[in-house]
Design a protein around this ligand. Structure first.
Ligand code: HEM
Length: 416
């Protein structure tokens, strides 16, 4: 990637092989090139691998403004699926994406508004508070299972992935016994270099499974979110399937990676870990800071529906715009010493759950899962440590949601 100073278009970032993703500054920090770019030009022109010109937003103010402005259409990318583009992750310019029924993360108002409104009741702070006890129960049961294993164990497989999967399955009314189908296929979409054929195969497998599930719920609704939606005549089966797809995928992959990468980050900051163990009241603030610091859902795409001024630049209509939430959350103009993890920081205001009309629907759920997960893990495993050198932990630089592929951990004692 190269950047040269000069007139507006001459300082163009050239990205021949996609965005720089190598974590050359450390496992938790943005790639150096991204940081340099934010300092040089927080809204930069960039050239995609197929040669078309677009924009990359790395500054906090510009990122927030972009996310708040629906003229930056979300119809540039099928949300976390990054489909249906031939070049992985790189949308075709000048055309909004075709809409997939129900997939409201990739829709604009009023289509987005209509579908999101049907779900807001199910995910309010109040509804989530009512579920808190049940989430703690699920978490503690998983910790019991973990404690029965002989270390070393992979924390991703035995804890970080099961907890949010169990929770979202229960909420949606998806049988947990079917987890292989949705975990394996969800993971395939998130592989950055997967071919369109591979993504389509995974998409079709999951879609077929969910179409059957929502059709059954239409016929015999139960007591869960998908059944509540199935009772609404105005939703087609295709829309119901698309919503189920989005909620299931967004509901387990993201939180799973936060739990695993968060545990890794805490183990690498032993003083703050000790403080958190000694004073669990610090947990809500620590979770916000981990969200900011790690920004696991980093890259999002938008499409300029008209000429728009952003950060002193004019983004022409039809441009593809990429935003890096990780870069924005590490902007020193917004957060002091942004590259330090500081559990005492007031990190609210971070953009890790997005901002504007698409701001994460599941954020209260995710917060409760993370608080319960980290609190339980630290309490039950007072001697938790990495079972391999930190430098050997396999990072998910190849995936669209960042994290670790495995986190081998060990312990000598457990507690209740
Ligand atoms: C949207 C991050 C957990 C469901 C988003 C967006 C971000 C995000 C950044 C905005 C996307 C955009 O502007 O294009 C995260 C992170 C999570 C998390 C980091 C975990 C730590 C969850 C959970 C659910 C969920 C547990 C469960 C249902 C959604 C949905 C949307 C969304 C449905 C689309 C909202 C819309 O388009 O109106 N999430 N999320 N997320 N998230 Fe989450």
């Amino acid at each position: 990637m190269t950047a040269t100073r000069g007139n507006p278009m001459s300082e163009t970032v050239s990205v021949p092989h996609g965005l720089p993703m190598e974590r050359d500054a450390g496992p938790f920090d943005p790639p150096r090139e991204i940081t340099r770019l934010r300092e040089a030009r927080p809204v930069s022109p960039m050239v995609f691998p197929d040669g078309h010109e677009g924009w990359l937003v790395t500054g906090y103010d510009a990122a927030r403004q972009l996310l708040a402005d629906t003229r930056f259409s979300s119809r540039q990318d099928l949300g976390i699926l990054h489909m249906p583009y031939e070049t992985p992750n790189m949308p075709t310019p000048t055309e909004p994406s075709p809409q997939v029924p129900g997939m409201f993360i990739a829709m604009d108002p009023p289509d987005h508004t209509r579908l999101r409104r049907m779900l807001t009741g199910a995910f309010t702070v109040k509804r989530m508070k009512m579920l808190e006890e049940r989430i703690i129960e699920i978490t503690e049961r998983q910790l019991d299972e973990l404690a029965r294993l002989a270390p070393p164990v992979d924390l991703v497989r035995e804890f970080a992935l099961p907890v949010p999967s169990l929770v979202i399955c229960e909420l949606l009314g998806v049988p947990y016994a079917d987890r292989e189908t949705f975990q394996v296929n969800s993971a395939k979409f998130l592989v950055k270099d997967a071919s369109l054929d591979e993504k389509m195969a995974a998409y079709n497998a999951l879609n077929t499974y969910l179409t059957e599930l929502v059709t059954d719920k239409r016929a015999a609704p139960g007591d869960d979110i998908l059944s509540d939606l199935a009772r609404q005549d105005e939703l087609t089966t295709e829309e119901l399937t698309g919503i189920a797809f989005l909620l299931l995928l967004a509901g387990h992959e993201t939180t799973a990676n936060m739990l695993a990468l968060g545990a890794f980050a805490l183990l690498e900051h032993p003083e703050q870990l000790a403080e958190l163990r000694a004073n669990p009241d610090l947990m809500p603030g620590a979770v916000e800071e981990l969200m900011r610091y790690l920004s696991i859902a980093d890259i999002f795409f938008r499409y300029a529906a008209e000429d728009i001024e952003l950060g002193g630049e004019t983004i022409p209509e039809g441009s593809t715009v990429i935003v890096s939430l990780l870069a924005a959350n590490r902007d020193p103009k917004r957060f002091d010493n942004p590259d330090d993890l500081d559990i005492h920081r007031k990190a609210r205001g971070h953009l890790s759950f997005g901002h504007g009309v698409h701001q994460c629907l599941g954020q209260q759920l995710a917060r409760i899962e993370m608080r319960a997960g980290f609190t339980g893990l630290l309490r039950r495993f007072p001697t938790l440590e990495l079972a391999i050198p930190a430098s050997e932990v396999r990072l998910r630089t190849d995936m669209n949601i960042y994290g670790v592929h495995e986190l081998p951990v060990t312990w000598t004692d457990t507690a209740r």
